[in-house]
Design a binder for this molecule. Structure first.
Ligand SMILES: NC(=O)c1ccc[n+]([C@@H]2O[C@H](COP(=O)([O-])OP(=O)(O)OC[C@H]3O[C@@H](n4cnc5c(N)ncnc54)[C@H](OP(=O)(O)O)[C@@H]3O)[C@@H](O)[C@H]2O)c1
Length: 229
């Protein structure tokens, strides 16, 4: 077990996907949750200390990553963005003084970009020297900021990095009754994948329930690195 995993938040991956496992169409359209499922997602957001997404989700969706329908909750928003490319005009940067916002970068990010983000109220965390953000480092840092429970909201590339590094404890997926297809369309997890079925990440079904037309399945990840509470 990697040492860094001994001290990190409990991580829940949540996504909406089509029956064929896509979380977006080939053109990047990802609005597939029903109204009933959206309410579930916002209750879930209200139960965590932080919501984390990858840079491409930010660039494609310009998400708010805030809590609706439940009053008084402002979890941190965390963007995983190695080179500090998050646009200054993005919603999360424009509202960083109202909602706590972290952008995780590496030491390769331009100093000028980091300063511009900080001037707008963003907390920039330098997480490693590599080409991409060190996720174990990031999780250790945010746990030290008091983040105990974190919601991972994709996309597929970040989901794979988190799952394959044993950094996810629980997964909930809303299956929307559509088939989207598209070889290049983003799936729930991307990455290099498991070579054999027996190498895949093992899950245990916790529950299944209908939310309007969607079926929400919740799984526990077996043998993740132990979180610290
Ligand atoms: N249906 C849903 O529930 C749902 C939810 C979320 C997203 N989506 C969709 O998913 C699509 C985006 O997914 P995506 O797979 O293209 O991108 P993504 O996972 O959102 O972002 C990936 C990017 O994160 C950055 N990153 C930095 N460090 C990383 C690390 N250690 N591991 C992985 N990524 C790291 C990389 O960019 P740098 O190298 O520049 O840092 C990487 O290209 C969008 O179309 C969005 O709408 C759907």
């Amino acid at each position: 077990m990697p040492v860094a995993q001994a001290f990190r938040p409990y991580v829940i991956l949540n996504a909406a996907m089509s029956l064929d496992g896509k979380i977006a169409t080939p053109t990047g359209d990802s609005r597939m949750s029903s109204a009933a499922d959206m309410r579930r997602v916002h209750r879930l957001r209200a139960s965590v200390d932080a919501i984390v997404v990858g840079l491409r989700t930010l660039l494609v969706d310009d998400p708010k990553l805030t809590v609706k329908f439940v009053e008084g909750y402002k979890p941190y928003r965390i963007i995983v963005d190695s080179h500090a490319r998050t646009p200054l005009a993005s919603y999360v940067v424009r509202t960083a003084r109202d909602v706590p916002t972290i952008i995780a970068v590496t030491s390769t990010a331009q100093r000028k970009r980091i300063e511009a983000l900080r001037e707008r109220g963003v907390t920039v965390l330098v997480c490693g020297k590599g080409p991409q953000v060190s996720l174990t480092f990031l999780l250790r840092r945010v746990r030290m900021l008091g983040i105990r429970r974190m919601l991972l909201e994709g996309g597929g590339t970040l989901n794979w990095s988190m799952v394959s590094n044993s950094l996810v404890d629980e997964i909930s997926v809303a299956i929307t009754p559509r088939i989207l297809g598209g070889t290049g369309a983003i799936s729930l997890v991307g990455g290099t994948g498991a070579p054999r079925v027996r190498d895949g990440v093992k899950l245990k079904l916790l529950s299944s329930a209908r939310y309007g037309p969607d079926l929400v399945v919740r799984y526990k990840v077996l043998n993740p690195g132990p979180p610290s509470h």
